[in-house]
Ligand binder design. Sequence first.
Ligand code: ATP
Ligand code: MG
Length: 410
Amino acid sequence: MRINPPHDLADWRQGWPHAGAAEKVLMALKAAGGEGRFVGGCVRDALLGRAIRDIDIATNLDPQAVIAALEAAQLRAVPTGIKHGTITAVADHVGFEVTTLRHDIETYGRHAKVAFTDDWQADAARRDLTMNALFCDAAGTIHDFFGGLADLAAGRVRFVGDAAQRMDEDYLRILRFFRFHADYAAGPFDDEAIAAATERRHELKRLSGERLRQETLKLLVARKGVETWGELLMRDFAAAYLPWATSQDRLVKVAALETRLHLKPDPIRRLAALAVTGCGPEIAETLKLSNADRDRLLAASNVRSTFDVSDDAIVRRQIHALGNDRARDQVLLDWEPGEAEGLWHRAFEVIESWPRPVFPLAGRDLIKLGANTGPELGAMLAEIEQWWIAGDFRADAAACLAEAKKKVGS
Ligand code: ATP
Ligand code: MG
């Protein structure tokens, strides 16, 4: 992998979202006698010329001093995670997490007891991977205590220090190792890390659903996420915490379709592809999915009949019943490569070009025509809706109203 020379920060940051606002935060910390440095994902991804998701800042000032520094510079300070040393700094309406340097005092496999420090290297040492432990200061100098630059350039996903010990400190790092491998590795798994991870795979189920969800969903849409999930299945990791996510062939199919149809990789759709039919509830519970994501997963992974692609009118009826998003999920999941592929493609096109229509009548329209309120009203409305559906949704409000008049009059 090529990495951008880190000496020219101004140039480098052109691709950063909100770089100007982030620099205001660094300047505020400097004006208060401290220092802020970019750290973690933003440095790693900027070095690779990849899109940056969010900008994190580390500082040698303690949290109270950070608040004072931001306020002195007329920036808003929100104590979002003050116990862990994190203050959100708001500059130009953008929030940046500013975290005081920390070092570990004790770790328990799930949480760590930390203390603040002004030692940059100690903070780097408690980060997981060498490529995640890079700092970039306001002058554009990269501070690399553990060989992260060379590892990043070579595509080596490697732990800071002893892999086994680092996983024992926090078992989530087992999954993070796979996630970063899927996104950044150029070669096979790091021997030491994969051996340590394999020994500890049964610890994964001790982690909170929330943390498992975050890493699992990110893994599923990582560059080599599909292949890496295959490895997790083969190596018995998936079985250790998500034994219902085994339909690898369907994941491969859905991911290939996303690419071919120019859709953004979608983690919930990919999870639904993996789900054994009827096992959506177990997956949703294990990963503590949000209600919306759970409903979507269940709709896609329940026992059901397959999407009917035989003609456009039938496809439109299913779009009406499911909504465009669910219909799209269903078509991708049920897609049958082969002779009838043209029909699947056609169904997909209808879904992308025909927004689910809304039935143009409501109860009050019937009341205005003189219908009685009560159960008959609902029944009459439903009947007209069925007529509208049977007519392939062609009737507009006026036509539906005319149909209603006939019924109210009779
Ligand atoms: P992205 O946001 O693109 O997923 P990131 O590297 O920013 O990648 P985050 O999960 O946002 O990842 O974490 C930010 C940084 O915090 C990481 O780069 C790493 O240095 C550190 N970090 C996060 N989680 C852990 C962990 N469980 N153990 C050790 N260090 C961690
Ligand atoms: Mg991040």
